[in-house]
Design a binder for this molecule. Structure first.
Ligand code: ZN
Length: 372
């Protein structure tokens, strides 16, 4: 690893804003770096199909093993409430990379991209033993791992890998993440003038309120949580509203428990609305599957062995969040998010220690260099 190079790669990447769906400039930066190394990359058509300007970028490198490992990093960042400036001002103070606090840094996940690009340099510049690799730079991770979900997993020959994305410490991997579903509940009543003929109306907001009072919400148990977060409906105070919509989510590590709560949510509207004249409909969307990776899997064994070599404390983490590892594991590619040590992600205080970036690179290099 050339520390100056990986540092400037990270800074240059962070300076380019790339909110979900607008990853083009970061993708072009990555493509130019890859082609300067004499390597080929392909871009899929996720951009066209997911209303973005960029597809997933896939690079394959033949190494010394017949089987290959998958590495991924996402090119998008969150879009903060106040938007993003045209250029992000990145500073390094006492070995910590941060912004002028007027925007996020985007080390989530530019740190993962910087590590992957440095690894490509390492492969081109040395003849050291290394696994064959498939490296995928994904789009739209922050809005539901959409790029990874879209990715044609049939075209990926790796069976195991690492998702280079994590605000967890170096030395950690996330081995378990929940299933996530969204529901859209629409309640319909009957519109009428609220003052002239109120007896002809059925108030959808009132009906929805009765349902909401009964709907499961909050922490169900240590592995299951549900929330409703958006409600829309009504146009004027003098009209009895005939339509209200509520959007919620349900997450859980145990699929049976998730399905049990889903059934409770499903049954609530019809039970509450019986004889009210109002009607309700719920539409569910599976956002991504959960996963639980066994500690016996190859990627975990590589990781544990690499941590041992560098005398790094290993920690296997369960998260309640989700990301690219969810759809990948759901398609049978066993992979775990790899702690990179980024901190305060999605805020203007986001930062990453260069020492953590370098340590994460060394750990990953060791993981992909272990002879199987
Ligand atoms: Zn991320």
């Amino acid at each position: 690893m050339k520390t100056d190079r990986i540092t400037s790669t990270l800074v240059e990447l962070c300076e380019i804003p790339s909110p979900s769906g607008c990853e083009r400039h970061v993708a072009d930066y990555i493509l130019s770096r890859i082609s300067a190394l004499g390597l080929d990359a392909v871009e899929d058509n996720a951009g066209d199909n997911l209303n973005g300007d960029t597809g997933n970028i896939i690079v394959r490198v033949d190494g010394n093993s017949s089987s290959s490992l998958l590495l991924t990093a996402h090119m998008d960042t969150v879009m903060p409430v106040g938007g993003l400036p045209d250029r992000i001002n990145v500073n390094i103070t006492d070995g910590i990379v941060h912004t002028d606090q007027n925007s996020i840094l985007g080390a989530d996940d530019k740190a993962g991209i910087a590590i992957a690009l440095e690894l490509l340099h390492h492969i081109v510049e040395t003849s050291d033993y290394i696994h064959s690799l498939e490296i995928v730079f994904t789009v739209q991770e922050e809005i539901g791992a959409r790029g990874a979900a879209y990715l044609n997993k049939e075209s990926i020959r790796s069976k195991q890998g690492f998702v280079l994305d994590g605000d967890t410490p170096v030395g950690t991997v996330i081995v378990s993440a929940p299933h996530k579903l969204r529901y859209d509940l629409v309640v319909r009543g009957t519109a009428a003038h609220a003052a002239l003929e109120p007896e002809k109306g059925i108030n959808a907001i009132k009906a929805m309120s009765a349902i909401v009072a009964e709907l499961p919400c909050g922490k169900i148990d240590s592995k299951t949580v549900t929330n409703y977060g958006i409600v829309k409906g009504g146009n004027a105070t003098n009209v009895i509203p005939d339509r209200v919509e509520l959007i919620g989510e349900l997450r859980g590590h145990d699929l049976e428990k998730v399905q049990y709560v889903q059934k409770q949510i499903d049954e609530t509207p019809s039970r509450v609305l019986a004889c009210s004249g109002a009607s309700a409909e719920i539409v569910w969307t599976d956002l991504y599957p959960g996963y639980s990776v066994s500690l016996d899997e190859l990627c975990i064994r590589y990781f544990a062995s690499a941590c041992k070599k560098f005398d790094v404390q290993v920690d296997y983490i369960t998260t309640d969040g989700g990301g690219d590892a969810n759809p990948l594991n759901g398609s049978g590619i066993i992979c775990v998010p790899f702690g990179l040590g980024m901190k305060a992600i999605h805020t203007n205080q986001e930062n990453i220690k260069l020492a953590d970036l370098y340590d994460a690179f060394n750990l990953l290099l060791e993981c992909v260099s272990i002879k199987s």
